[in-house]
Design a protein around this ligand. Structure first.
Ligand code: DC
Length: 229
């Protein structure tokens, strides 16, 4: 069967990562979490004093440091994918509220985007990949054979993220999570450089009222259609 490229885009905490991971596992494709790459870059900026409440992100310093930022992925013993920043497993730290609070201003920097988009495109050379993010179907892989755009209301997404944070042992305030999601939606959709938007040829998956199983059914059906023949 021919291998294709699958792009899954959508809003923060819309469940796209879980969905993309499950799909990749089911069809034997490689999964790449592009958001983790923006998060790891943000962690680097935080650790190197490149953020300030008063002046925001020190763009010049971060852009100058890009050649020193090496991001990769590894499979943990429990078979979950972990993100490495310069060889260090930062999976837990990049999911915390501090990184979540700074990631959108980092992700608007054009040089950061160009650097990470190139890296993302290199992963897709051999196809057989599922990548999730905001601009995968529009900028990273505009020729992807299968594109999905995932939608869910801010409240449903905040509830999911809130429960995820509790599960990960880093509980947080629901209202703060909701505010963060709304703020990220705003920045992600209004930024100049590759804003979050649905690719014209993307299939819209509205998952407010769909179970995980129902979502997978929809995706596998779409995959079968795209790879048939
Ligand atoms: O998917 P996520 O919530 O882990 O992504 C974290 C942030 O990274 C998100 O707020 C926007 C940014 N991002 C992006 O700009 N482009 C991508 N392809 C993926 C994520």
């Amino acid at each position: 069967m021919k291998k294709i490229t699958i792009a899954i885009d959508g809003y923060s905490s819309s469940g796209k990562s879980t969905m993309a991971k499950q799909l990749a596992k089911k069809i034997g494709y490689v999964y790449v979490d592009s958001g983790a790459m923006y998060r790891a870059t943000t962690l680097y900026a935080l650790r190197h004093g490149m953020t300030s409440r008063e002046t925001g992100v020190d763009t010049a310093a971060l852009v100058a440091a890009l050649p020193d930022i090496h991001i990769s992925f590894t499979l943990a013993p429990d078979e979950t994918q972990h993100t490495l920043l310069n060889g260090e497993d930062v999976e837990k730290e990049i999911r915390g509220m501090e990184v979540s609070g700074w990631v959108s201003p980092v992700a608007v920097i054009p040089e950061v985007r160009h650097y990470l988009v190139k890296l993302q495109q290199s992963y897709g050379n051999d196809k057989g990949i599922v990548m999730d993010g905001r601009d995968i179907g529009t900028t990273v892989f505009p020729d992807a054979e299968m594109k999905v755009f995932v939608q869910a209301s801010p409240e449903v997404r905040a509830r999911r993220r809130y429960e995820e944070l509790i599960e990960k042992g880093t509980p947080s305030d629901y209202d703060a999570v909701l505010a963060n999601i709304k703020e990220r939606d705003h920045i992600d959709t209004t930024r100049k450089e590759s804003p979050l938007r649905k690719a014209e040829d993307a299939f819209v998956l509205d998952n407010d009222n769909l179970s995980r199983e129902e979502q997978m059914e929809v995706l596998v059906k779409l995959f079968d259609e795209k790879t048939r023949g």
